[in-house]
Design a protein around this ligand. Structure first.
Ligand SMILES: C[S@@+](CC[C@H](N)C(=O)[O-])C[C@H]1O[C@@H](n2cnc3c(N)ncnc32)[C@H](O)[C@@H]1O
Length: 257
């Protein structure tokens, strides 16, 4: 089976991936308790402002988003510029661990599918603490390591390789394995938050973003580790080909100071 896989393991994303991802963020944000007219700080905007655009839309004409991102601004202007809600969004190049913002300057802080990139627990807690300094409430939303369907399992099988493969190939740790809801709540509590609501949300949408090229594994120096990860990659890719790839359930945690 593995031998029949194409050697060019770099399929294009489906044409509608951006719309599909933005729709997923919109569904998730419906559980965030943001209200029209609020000012919201978003942490970890990412290269495509996937949550920023539906967030600004949900906040209405009088709402504002401060879009915080330290590094990845590649497509922000293009996407936000075309969104029709760009006048509600203020980009801020900053590290969420040290926000150049005054205490209580916003109604709420949110981080959507960003906890995975904030680092290990200590670094993550620092960001969450800052979120609770600049606003009295926070919402984090993150994929959960739960698969109820083969397509969700296919996503997890590929996604779960990213942390190790990225670290081994580039020396940079990102896309940490998804934490469960208990662990997400524990991080918020360590940051001084009082969890008011926690839930698992089924979004029932496709996902195409776990994929990374198999060639990245070829860059890993340790031959044993390289072979292990290559075999796991082949297995994950076979699952994606067989079942497609769907979003796992999303954990949503709402907390106050
Ligand atoms: C998974 S990505 C994009 C998440 C995006 N909100 C979405 O809906 O897909 C997470 C982003 O968090 C950013 N990030 C990492 N560490 C951060 C920090 N300390 N403060 C703020 N953003 C951070 C990364 O640069 C990355 O662009």
């Amino acid at each position: 089976m593995v031998g029949r896989l194409p050697s060019f393991n770099r399929p294009p994303l489906p044409d509608d991936w951006l719309v599909s991802e933005i729709l997923e963020r919109r569904l998730v944000l419906q559980h965030s308790s943001v209200r029209p007219g609020q000012s919201v700080i978003e942490i970890g905007v990412g290269a495509h402002a996937l949550a920023t655009v539906p967030l600004a839309h949900a906040l209405g004409e009088k709402g504002r988003v401060v879009a915080v991102e330290p590094v990845r601004w590649e497509h922000f202007s293009e996407i936000v510029g075309a969104s029709g809600v760009g006048d509600r969004i203020d980009p801020l190049r900053a590290d969420g661990r040290r926000l150049p913002l005054r205490t209580d300057c916003a109604d709420m802080s949110v981080c959507v599918h960003g906890v995975r990139s904030l680092g290990q627990d200590e670094a993550c807690v620092r960001v969450l603490r800052e979120m609770l300094r600049v606003s009295p409430r926070l919402c984090i939303a993150e994929s959960l390591p739960d698969a109820r369907t083969p397509a969700q399992q296919a996503h997890l099988s590929m996604y779960n390789l990213r942390e190790d493969a990225l670290l081994a190939a580039t020396g940079h740790r990102d896309d940490l394995r998804y934490r469960n809801l208990v662990a997400l709540c524990a991080l918020v509590e360590r940051a001084g938050g009082i969890v008011e609501e926690q839930k698992s949300v089924d979004v029932d949408l496709p996902h195409a973003l776990a994929y990374f090229p198999r060639s990245m594994i070829g860059e890993i120096g340790d031959p044993v580790r390289r072979a292990q990860l290559a075999a796991q990659w082949d297995d994950a890719w076979e699952q994606i080909r067989a079942f497609g790839e769907d979003q796992p359930p999303v954990g949503v945690v709402l907390a106050r100071r």
